[in-house]
Structures are given as structure tokens and as C-alpha cells.
Design a protein around this ligand. Structure first.
Ligand code: NAD
Ligand code: ZN
Length: 358
């Protein structure tokens, strides 16, 4: 069955780091014959805006992004075409998600071991290949995530990066039900979902962020405590306050999901002995300074956690389908992306903005 789709559509595109974000209404849409084996064309209906998209636009990271890039990697919508010769069970009309990890070889040690994002051939949506800030996006049959029937696409969108990432990070924290986990950046896109996954997984949550709105949001998701990092002029006082909330010895793990370097500064100190620091947030030019003696003496672990694999994505969506996790979303038109970035930069967004692409 051939689906009729337009030859051009809307896309938000930028030429190079920090160059203007251009909203185009005549961006070419690949047709059936243009798709290679393994590719699918998705009619993106909603796309979440992740802080990673802002880092990509600003050129914050050591790896260069593609030129003339369409950003976005939390895209949700139906498949409208499948490249000829693609081996897949996917069907035209089926809803799928476009994740940060657009493609990987699935045949190397990392892929086979379930760490697909660290594949040497990994392609990233909205970074090395065009992403979901457009009405029609090409993605890869072996990595798009089927979205279960009954889950609204605007709800699925934030799960595809923020949800999957924090779910995997919490698994990587090795915390067990009943233990304390600090979520740093708890009112943001990743953080507000981390609070919910952590609660659903039985952890006791200490949420760290700033402002009354984010405090209220975290409490509504079952965070046991909220620490406003702006209330503490002296970092030692904040460390004491966080420890005090966790039996006086600190949380068993901290998932750092903030985009600023300061969030990393005290985390290694306030986690308890044998605790785990899970690094998720990706501020530019940031180092975690660990005192070797105390890292050994207190048997602390520092773990990097990078999105999740295909199975993590399905599990993360299933939490949402069952209503255990429910993103707080603000829906905006695609062309408002520049304003969304401005608010994100200032830390003014609580939860996730989801762009509507039609
Ligand atoms: P966001 O802007 O929605 O949220 C960040 C939150 O951190 C905000 O609520 C802000 O108030 C808070 N914050 C800032 N400084 C803080 C501090 N010192 N202490 C506590 N909270 C602080 O961003 P997001 O979309 O949730 O992304 C967060 C980070 O995670 C970004 O750097 C992004 O690139 C990264 N990320 C990593 C992965 C991964 O696989 N590791 C995946 C997705 C996003
Ligand atoms: Zn992301």
C-alpha cells in the first residue's frame, strides 16, 4: 500500500552551531523510492524538546553535529512508508518512536551486550542524522520503538529520551526498593520523570532543584523530600541537609540529571559509603573531581549512564501505559522552538515541552 504524502513539509533547521533556527515550510519530504532498505518514514506528530537538543544547537560538546541539522529525538507518530527490501515486522500505519539512538550495528560486542548507544557505528537523531523537529522524518526500522496502542503520542514522546534515560540510570544506580535515591535536576524534563520512575520502583526520593513550582511538581509525584539548591549559600550546608534527609548518612545513589556543572560538585560527597553517583546530565567541559582516598575508603562508585537500549525503551513506555509514570507536558507549535530554548536555558521549564508538528 502506498501512502500519499506531500513533497514538502515543515521543519526547524539550523546550518551550524548557534546559527539561527529557521522554520521552513518547504523542506523536502523523501518519497517511497528515496528510502533505502532499513529506513522508515515517520509522520512525526509530536516531539519532546530535550536539553540535549539545546546543547546540540549551541555546539556544547566535543563531537561535531551534522551541518544543516534538523534537531529532535523524542518523536512520535505513525510510519507512512518503509524502504523496499526492509526486513521488519513493522507495518505502515503503526505508531513508533524516534529515539536519540537512531541506529547501531546490532552486531558488535556493545550492541550484543545491550549497550547499543556505545556502538562505534551509532547514529544519533538530531545530531549525526536529522531528527524529529520536522513533519516527516526518516529513521531506521531496527531501532524505532513501537508505541503501544492506548498510549497518546504526546505522552509517549517524552518517554522516548527522558523516560528511557532515567529508567536506565535508576537501574544502573543498583539501588534497591526502600533505599534513598537523590534526583538532581528533579523538576526538569528528565528529573520529573526520574522522580516518578524512582517512586514506582520503590525508592525513597530526595528531589533536588529550585523553585516553588518544581517543589510542588516533585511532591505530587511522590518525592519524599525536596532540597532547593538555591537556599544554600554554603555547599557544606546543602550536603548536611541532604544527608540529614537520608538517615543522617546520605542517599544510596544520586542520579545527576541537570544540565549545569554545579549539580555535580557535591554529589560525590553526599552519597553514603558504598553509594553510586550516576552521571546523566551533560554540561560542557565538566569534570567530576574525586578524592582517591575517600573514593576507595568509602567504596563509592561513579557510573556514566547513556540513554537506554531497545528493551529499556519498551519497558519505560510500559510504565507510562500502565499509568505509573505520566509526563507533565506543555504542548507548543514547532515554530516556537526558539522561545522554548530561551526558557530552557534559564531553567524556567518544569517538566517537558512537547512540540506539535502539524
Ligand atoms: P531540563 O533543562 O529540562 O532540566 C534540568 C533541570 O536541572 C532544571 O529543572 C534545572 O532547574 C535543574 N538544575 C540546574 N542546576 C541544578 C543544580 N545545581 N542542582 C539541581 N538542579 C539543577 O533538562 P533535561 O532535558 O532534563 O536534560 C538534563 C541533562 O541531561 C542535559 O544535560 C541533557 O543533555 C542530559 N541528557 C543526558 C542523557 C543521557 O543519556 N545521559 C539523555 C538525555 C539528556
Ligand atoms: Zn534527550
Amino acid at each position: 500500500m502506498t501512502h500519499q504524502h506531500p513533497k514538502t513539509a515543515c521543519a526547524m533547521i539550523f546550518e551550524d552551531s548557534n546559527s539561527p533556527l529557521e522554520y521552513k515550510t518547504d523542506h523536502p519530504v523523501p518519497q517511497q523510492a528515496d528510502l533505502k532498505p532499513g529506513e522508515v518514514l515517520v509522520k512525526v506528530e509530536y516531539s519532546g524538546v530535550c536539553h540535549t537538543d539545546l546543547h546540540a544547537w549551541k555546539g556544547d560538546w566535543p563531537a561535531a553535529a551534522k551541518k544543516n541539522l534538523v534537531g529532535g529525538h523524542e518523536g512520535a507518530g505513525p510510519i507512512v512508508a518503509i524502504g523496499e527490501g526492509t526486513l521488519t515486522n513493522l507495518k505502515v500505519g503503526q505508531n513508533v518512536g524516534i529515539k536519540w539512538l537512531a541506529d547501531s550495528c546490532l552486531d558488535c560486542e556493545n550492541c550484543r551486550g545491550g549497550s547499543e548507544a556505545t556502538c562505534a557505528q551509532a547514529q544519533c537523531s538530531g545530531y549525526s542524522v536529522d531528527g524529529s523537529f520536522q513533519q516527516y522524518a526518516v529513521s531506521y526500522a531496527r531501532h524505532v520503538t513501537p508505541i503501544p496502542d492506548g498510549l497518546p503520542l504526546e505522552v509517549a514522546a517524552p518517554i522516548l529520551c527522558a523516560g528511557v534515560t532515567v529508567y536506565r540510570a535508576l537501574l544502573n544506580s543498583s539501588a534497591r526498593a526502600g533505599q534513598f535515591v537523590a534526583i538532581v535536576g528533579a523538576g526538569g524534563g528528565l528529573g520529573h520523570l526520574a522522580v516518578q520512575y524512582a517512586s514506582a520502583m520503590g525508592f525513597r526520593v530526595v528531589a533536588i532543584d529550585t523553585g516553588a513550582d518544581k517543589k510542588k511538581l516533585c511532591a505530587s509525584y511522590g518525592a519524599d523530600k525536596f532540597i532547593d539548591f538555591k537556599d544554600y549559600k554554603n555547599p557544606e550546608d546543602m550536603i548536611k541537609a541532604i544527608k540529614a534527609e537520608c538517615d543522617g548518612v546520605g542517599p544510596h545513589a544520586a542520579v545527576v540529571a541537570a544540565a549545569g556543572a554545579a549539580a555535580y560538585e557535591q554529589a560525590l560527597e553526599y552519597i553514603r559509603p558504598t553509594g553510586t553517583l550516576v552521571a546523566v546530565g551533560l554540561p560542557p567541559d565538566t569534570f567530576i573531581k574525586a578524592n582517591v582516598f575517600f573514593t576507595v575508603f568509602h567504596s563509592k562508585r561513579i557510573v556514566g549512564s547513556y540513554v537506554g537500549n531497545r528493551q529499556d525503551a519498551e519497558e519505560a513506555l510500559d510504565f507510562a501505559l500502565r499509568g505509573k509514570v505520566s509526563p507533565r507536558i506543555e504542548v507548543c507549535p514547532l515554530k516556537q522552538l526558539p522561545e522554548v530554548y530561551e526558557r530552557m536555558e534559564k531553567g524556567q521549564l518544569a517538566g517537558r515541552v512537547v512540540l506539535k508538528n502539524f
